[in-house]
Design a protein around this ligand. Sequence first.
Ligand SMILES: *[C@@H]1O[C@H](CO)[C@@H](O)[C@H](O)[C@H]1NC(C)=O
Ligand SMILES: *[C@@H]1O[C@H](CO)[C@@H](O)[C@H](O)[C@H]1NC(C)=O
Ligand SMILES: *[C@@H]1O[C@H](CO)[C@@H](O)[C@H](O)[C@H]1NC(C)=O
Ligand SMILES: *[C@@H]1O[C@H](CO)[C@@H](O)[C@H](O)[C@H]1NC(C)=O
Ligand SMILES: *[C@@H]1O[C@H](CO)[C@@H](O)[C@H](O)[C@H]1NC(C)=O
Ligand SMILES: *[C@@H]1O[C@H](CO)[C@@H](O)[C@H](O)[C@H]1NC(C)=O
Ligand SMILES: *[C@@H]1O[C@H](CO)[C@@H](O)[C@H](O)[C@H]1NC(C)=O
Ligand SMILES: *[C@@H]1O[C@H](CO)[C@@H](O)[C@H](O)[C@H]1NC(C)=O
Length: 903
Amino acid sequence: MMKFAFVLATLSVLEAATTEPPKITSGELLYKDWKPYSTPLVIPDVIDMRQGGSLEMNIGETTHTWQNGVPASRVYGYGKVGGNLTTPGPTILVNKSVPIQVTWNNVLGMSTHLLSNYIDSSLLHSESACFPNCGIPVSTHIHGLETPPKYDGLPHYSIYKNQSYTAIYNNSQSSSTKLYHDHAIGLSRLNMWAGLTGMYIIQDPELEKKFNFDKITVDVPLMISDKLFDPSGKLMYTSVVTCPVPGSVWMPESFGSVNTVNGVVQPYLEVPPQQVRFRLVNLANARNYNFTLPFADKCTLIATDAGFVQEPKPLNSTGFKLYSLERVELICDFSSFTNGTKFDIEDISSDADSSYDYDNKIMQIHVVAAKNPSSSITIPTSLNKLKDLQELYKSTNGKLRTITLGEMESMDQCPTTLMITQYQQVSNVSMVHNKLFCTRGKVEKWQFKNPTDDVHPFHWHLVKAQCGPDDKSINKNELKDVVVIPNADLSDQLAITQVCYVACTPDEFLLEGSSRAATDFGFSTDEPYLAHCHIMEHEDNSMMAWFQLTDVDDSHAIDDGTVANPNEITGMVIGTAIGMSILGGFATTLSVLVLSIPRLNFLAGDKALAMTFALSAGVMLFIALVDLFLESIEKFKGAYAVGGNVDLEAIEHGLAPAGSVAPTCDKTCAGLAWLSTVGCFYGGVLIVIFIEFVVHRVFDYHAKDLANIGHTHEAQAVLEDAQSPVDATFQKHNHEIHNNAEVEQDEKRNDYRRAGALTGIAIAIHNFPEGLALFVASLQGLKTGIVLAIGIILHNFPEGIAIAAPVYYATNSKKQAFLWTGLSGIAQPCGAFIGWATISGGVTPLLSGILYSMVSGMLVCIAVKELLPGAFKFGGANFTFSFLGGFFIMAVSLICLQFVGTS
Ligand SMILES: *[C@@H]1O[C@H](CO)[C@@H](O)[C@H](O)[C@H]1NC(C)=O
Ligand SMILES: *[C@@H]1O[C@H](CO)[C@@H](O)[C@H](O)[C@H]1NC(C)=O
Ligand SMILES: *[C@@H]1O[C@H](CO)[C@@H](O)[C@H](O)[C@H]1NC(C)=O
Ligand SMILES: *[C@@H]1O[C@H](CO)[C@@H](O)[C@H](O)[C@H]1NC(C)=O
Ligand SMILES: *[C@@H]1O[C@H](CO)[C@@H](O)[C@H](O)[C@H]1NC(C)=O
Ligand SMILES: *[C@@H]1O[C@H](CO)[C@@H](O)[C@H](O)[C@H]1NC(C)=O
Ligand SMILES: *[C@@H]1O[C@H](CO)[C@@H](O)[C@H](O)[C@H]1NC(C)=O
Ligand SMILES: *[C@@H]1O[C@H](CO)[C@@H](O)[C@H](O)[C@H]1NC(C)=O
């Protein structure tokens, strides 16, 4: 108890600390001397792999000049073995359906991480937990590529210092612009910011020819991202923390102060007066761009994430949005512009907030006279004919799912942990394996809710989707692998903000007239992939889940997203709670079995009894002190907290509206919460003591310890006593017994009958609070209910023996024994029903607090007064071992249930 009190006190100190977070302010200066549009755009080298074959790539550190005249700074980059490392890495150009093999080498060595000041060790779990001893974990994911999981760059295929990983990329999918980038767990935001990105282009020579795109000689990649530099020109990461979480250097987003294109700050690009193809990519960690393209009316959008669109679309002159890792391909015609015409491309997005002054310039385009500008092509009116995913959803009978993108906030409303939830459960990639599923070969409907402040660009590995704000406005012109999930209005936080038809098929199957089968990826998808928010900081801080394609339907129910109030006690919870207490009651009657089957008689032996009592005591103490007591304090705190406009539970469940303020619990409130918990705890103790006192008085029961295992001990004696006589003496109509003996036996029989009946009543009365406890504990969560039920069943069993043995001995009737045990067993569900009646008016935090702490007291009292002495009596020397064993088994089972994620 002392130990628990100590732990609890420590916890509350920590909590108090969180209310006054230390503000980290750096007052850092930034590099100021940028000369916009002074440096030509750099086009990364192209590694032409169109013939197939193998390639060896290094991942390492190098120096990089961000703008002419600015001192070179350290960065991370990719490069062909034997060549230089660059950021972005060289563009890997492949031929559709021609496989290549790439070996990725980690040559970062043991150097400290370039952005080591910004590493948040709490995010370095799983495959990154070995950092820095294993060097810098990296894993190269080719965004949008259809590969088996082992070649998908998933975090568990991370490579460490001086390690290599060879992957095969079949490229059997629609031609399109992809990107390769780092995907190490808890580090990818920093590795990417430091430079680990590059372009990967799948080309389809036939289509290029068919659409005449091969006649457009200028094809320019534009990988845009924002960055921060210190006054010496050194790359840095966001460190002005506006919303700090104590002990964490995790930033909800990192925004830069200047924009770079292909690794150059504010470059210019000379284009000939002809059609130019741009492959425009948002490679920023978090920034959403809204580009101004002054020449937009000369541009046509021909492709997005998964390849050519169905119908090319003229670009809106007002600019357009691009979120992290979204891609578009444009054909812009500069032929009508004269030599020397200049266009500024800027970002007019308004929804990013940065702690630093932001220069929204991106790049400048200079139209320059060319000797032989290529002649114009006519862009076809139709490119890739796509199937209608909404129709496929119906025809493949796909599943409907609802996914919520939520966040937990600290008291001062900083998001601390982000999360993806489905079926009211958090799915993330730490130990909690609540995976997202999709049935292979089907098109599913995924509805998204986003009650947070931010839009979240959501990315599925492997598969593509067609989305829209509602069913009537699905964009069927394209296939996407990153989709923006807008945040909901304050008026309706749990509105569905994006509807996606997710095709768990190869993308080629989605082309009209395709001969590719819906399930034919060409490889096994037995292992899970990932799905996550592509804001790199969100991805690193748990807005990422395992995403598994299954061959047959996963067993999850269709989820139309009808919100269940997390505080609502559902019929299922009540059903389970009542069911558990009926089971507990039933265990009492099982004791009759032990009596009637000689083989089971050993279960009534000392050792077995000691074990079950000790085990049971372990369970009860564990649940009472670890689970219920702590929960009670939280509930009381919730009840006494003041201010705020939202329920704490809503915040925990990620359902809190963006502008909501959590109520605060000050010193007085915390003190009252403790006082109430302790008070009710002793209330529970008193109730149990009182019940026993009443039983003692009213029934004049001669046993010393009423309703305790003393009577079981006695019953045990009775049982042993009775065992031989049962056969010999109580044979039916056996009247050949010695007269004296008969009288003696009759007296004894009466005694036993009385003992049995009284024990039955006594046990019934104490089963009553147990039933209540079981019910209340089940409300706390299914796992607590189940574990407690096991504990109760374990000791109800020997208690049943205490009733059944004397009754059976007295009456020689199993029916009678069963009846009496049944009677006391029924008390348990009765207790549960009382619990149910108590909460029927709804559960307020105050009522939960009272119930949890009272029941905690009851359980502790029952364990200490009855179970422990019993276990001690029977177990003798083995007592300590048995008790600690019981405690341990229950702790372990709770740990396992946590991992399974049952609530
Ligand atoms: C691309 O692949 C096709 C057929 O697979 C082949 O005919 C063509 O030569 C390849 N292109 C290049 C540039 O290697
Ligand atoms: C690597 O960079 C150096 C210095 O910029 C340059 O001289 C050299 O040619 C480059 N090597 C390759 C293979 O590009
Ligand atoms: C890296 O690996 C190579 C080949 O396995 C080995 O020769 C070399 O010594 C290693 N270097 C380091 C720094 O461990
Ligand atoms: C331009 O705006 C119109 C109207 O909002 C929209 O329907 C169209 O899809 C937009 N075009 C592109 C290329 O986004
Ligand atoms: C992009 O900026 C334009 C011009 O301010 C604005 O009309 C448009 O709504 C913006 N687009 C988005 C998606 O915010
Ligand atoms: C294009 O303009 C530049 C100056 O902006 C000039 O130097 C160049 O001679 C011009 N070229 C032609 C072909 O007119
Ligand atoms: C490549 O395609 C072949 C033929 O379909 C298939 O057997 C193989 O598993 C694929 N491998 C990868 C890595 O995709
Ligand atoms: C995953 O979710 C669990 C349950 O909400 C949470 O406790 C844990 O911190 C999350 N993992 C990570 C890496 O954030």
